[in-house]
Design a binder for this molecule. Structure first.
Ligand code: WTA
Length: 672
């Protein structure tokens, strides 16, 4: 059951430096405003106590928050019943609630005009605001449309649509009637969409005529038509009009969503759901074999998303939360939709790209909309660094309070650029580590004592309820500081995924079998001298060079510190003498015309000076781009194959954003 007692030993270090009187006063202020409901636990007098309490008594900690922050129809009787060994996670048993009521109705009742969504369309400057009462109306109409299409409790509805208020309302509408949504990123190919829809068994699919991104239109409906030739489960396709393009509608299957909404009543009684009923499935990127349909619960997921959103970013009601992720990914689920709305907040829906119409797009939007929290991806930051600072500095960013990052290590250079250039050294950088499976932020510099120091390049400290441990190859916990290991989480939390759709065995196998009694994240991490955590990369990205373990992210971090480097990806390749050698793919900044050989030598020296001689890349290949999934993740599998000269065995590259780049890299590799 709960591994409760053992874990406080690390936490003392997380909040080291906090134990003095002025910090205590700050802490008291912090808890009274941010966790007023915990006042009853009078013995909590420091931040470390609060964290300790959350992992020693997760039942108490989370049930107090569940009762004060969620709206229940029936109170729960059992806070938790969890077992890492069997992958069983139950939270708030006996409780009944509806997620759309929690995200929409309760705010529409008290403050109907409050803005829930700010839709920044691709076309620059075109914005649409949606109030909570308008959102409630849309949710009701779509929910009734879905009922009309025969969707009932537990049925799956697939979404393949661009980010928009209708998309958000569609997610909430499925929740309203007790159905389950699966959002497939609207950049996936027909084949990838078909595989996901088929696996989910969706009955209804909601899409749009076209999407618009970076000034380009993509024919979504046409892709859906192709995908559905291959899967039989979908009986109804609802089509949102985004561009008004002429499209083919298949009789007896396809209907215009706006027409259905006009015909439907906005009133739809919310279905009372059990805490543990599934809310959504989300397929993790196809970069590793068959996509996994990660299944999340209702109450536990929502609570974790909303609590982490509020506290990792110190969100205050009335602020505009600007998470620029798409709803096709977990970040969009938790920090565009569920977290902000469950807190009664105002959330940005960003439809465009960081470089359209020019690389100042984010910051121009920040100035125009007065965004208070900006949450983005390191890959976008690295891209923008290459275009120069003027695109940032010419806009007023004084509205921003917090800057967040997610999805991959925020390398030193990007951290400092984000902090100094974007944030004018005023804003906390919240480097959040988490996963589709954790449901919400798991390790993040905040919350902590408000002035606890930030450490560039590290997510640093566990969130409340999070109990990270590092394990060695034997499955033993690695104690102390300045140590590395497999990053595992040792205490259950409400946001943990409940299963993989249709394959609980694979769920247990993937996450709970390598280290029995723990959740294995698949990542490696380093706990530094201060107790702060740094992610060293996926365990499969760790290279073993002459017996030394080397995180590819570590080398990348150093390479991108070079003034002329925009981005780097490092992989291992088989090396006769060393076991594995280091191979670096490097993108130089725009307009760099220096002698490549010079830069190569400089980079090697830099790695030697920052890490060690063994880490020096054997090969440095300059390339104009990297193979990335459409969510911006580098597909290292392909880079490893090229580095290993296994070009005839690259596997499926159809889910790449730009598959052509692979050929360019192969040619350069062969000439090197
Ligand atoms: C990586 C995204 C370093 C990590 C929310 C993790 C990170 C995987 C960070 C999950 C970070 C995410 N620093 N690495 N701040 N955040 N990752 O499921 O390898 O798309 O396991 O969830 O991204 O990716 P996913």
């Amino acid at each position: 059951m709960v591994r409760s007692v053992l874990f406080s030993r690390f936490t003392d270090k997380f909040f080291a430096g906090f134990k003095n009187r002025s910090c205590l006063a700050e802490f008291r202020q912090f808890t009274s405003t941010t966790f007023p409901e915990l006042a009853e636990f009078g013995n909590i007098s420091s931040h470390e106590d609060l964290h300790k309490f959350s992992i020693q008594r997760p039942d108490k900690f989370w049930s107090v928050l569940a009762r004060s922050r969620l709206k229940w129809e029936t109170d729960f009787h059992t806070p938790m019943d969890c077992d890492f060994r069997t992958g069983k996670f139950n939270w708030f048993l006996g409780g009944k609630l509806n997620i759309s009521v929690n995200c929409v109705d309760r705010w529409a009742e008290v403050d109907p005009e409050r803005i829930a969504l700010v839709w920044e369309k691709d076309e620059q400057g075109e914005v649409e605001n949606v109030s909570y009462s308008q959102l409630q109306d849309m949710v009701g109409r779509i929910a009734n449309t879905l009922k009309q299409a025969g969707v009932g409790v537990g049925d799956v509805v697939a979404l393949y649509m661009p980010i928009s208020p209708v998309a958000v309302a569609s997610m909430l509408a499925t929740a309203r009637i007790g159905a389950v949504h699966t959002v497939v990123f609207a950049g996936f190919s027909a084949e990838a969409l078909a595989a996901r829809v088929e696996d989910s068994g969706a009955k209804v699919l909601i899409t749009a005529d076209e999407s618009v991104r970076g000034g380009r239109r993509t024919p979504l409906k046409r892709t859906v038509d192709t995908a559905l030739e291959k899967c039989e489960t979908v009986k109804t396709v609802l089509v949102m009009r985004r561009t008004g393009a002429e499209i083919k509608m298949k009789p007896n299957r396809d209907e215009w969503l706006d027409e259905c909404m006009l015909r439907s009543s906005p009133i739809c009684a919310p279905k009372s759901m059990n805490s543990e009923d599934p809310l959504f499935l989300l397929y993790t990127s196809g970069s590793t074999g068959k996509p996994k349909g990660v299944s999340h619960s209702s109450a536990g997921y929502l609570l974790y998303a909303m609590v982490t959103m509020k506290h990792a970013f110190d969100y205050k009601q009335g602020e505009l939360f600007g998470c620029v992720a798409d709803i096709g990914w977990i970040t969009g689920h938790s920090y565009v939709v569920y977290g902000p709305l469950a807190n009664g907040g105002t959330s940005l829906l960003f439809e465009s790209t960081p470089v359209y119409p020019d690389p100042g797009r984010y910051w121009e939007m920040v100035e125009r909309l007065k965004i208070n929290h900006f949450y983005g991806a390191p890959t976008a930051l690295r891209l923008l660094i290459g275009y120069g600072d003027e695109y940032v500095t010419k806009y007023d960013r004084s509205s921003i309070r917090k800057l967040g990052s997610v999805g991959e290590p925020l390398n030193q250079e990007a951290w400092h650029w984000f902090h100094s250039v974007v944030g004018e050294k005023r804003c906390d950088i919240v480097d959040t580590w988490w996963q589709t499976e954790t449901g919400g932020v798991a390790i993040s510099p905040r919350p902590s004592a408000p002035n606890a120091p930030l450490s560039p390049g590290k997510p640093q400290r566990p969130m409340f309820g999070m109990n990270p441990v590092l394990l060695d190859e034997k499955g033993e916990e690695v104690q102390g500081l300045g140590v590395s290991g497999s990053l595992c989480l040792a205490t259950p939390w409400p946001g943990i995924a409940r299963t993989l759709h249709g394959d609980h065995q694979r769920f247990v196998q993937t996450y709970f079998s390598a280290y029995p009694g723990y959740y294995f994240t698949g990542d490696g991490a380093f706990r530094d001298e201060k107790g702060d955590y740094q992610i060293t990369g996926r365990m499969d990205d760790v290279i073993n060079v002459t017996g030394h373990r080397l995180g590819t992210a570590e080398v990348e971090d150093v390479l991108t510190e070079h003034d002329n480097v925009a981005e780097a990806a490092v992989v291992g390749y088989p090396h006769e003498v060393k076991g594995e050698g280091v191979y670096a793919y490097v993108i130089l900044k725009q307009g760099v015309n220096l002698d490549e050989e010079n830069i190569r030598n400089e980079l090697k020296l830099l790695v030697k000076s920052k890490i060690s001689g063994f880490a020096i890349p054997e090969f440095i290949l300059f390339t104009p781009g990297l193979p990335k999934t459409r969510s911006g993740k580098i597909m290292r599998r392909i880079l490893r194959k090229i580095a290993a000269n296994q070009m005839d065995d690259l596997g499926d590259i159809s889910t790449l954003a730009e598959p052509e780049i692979v050929e360019t890299i192969i040619q350069k590799h062969q000439k090197k």
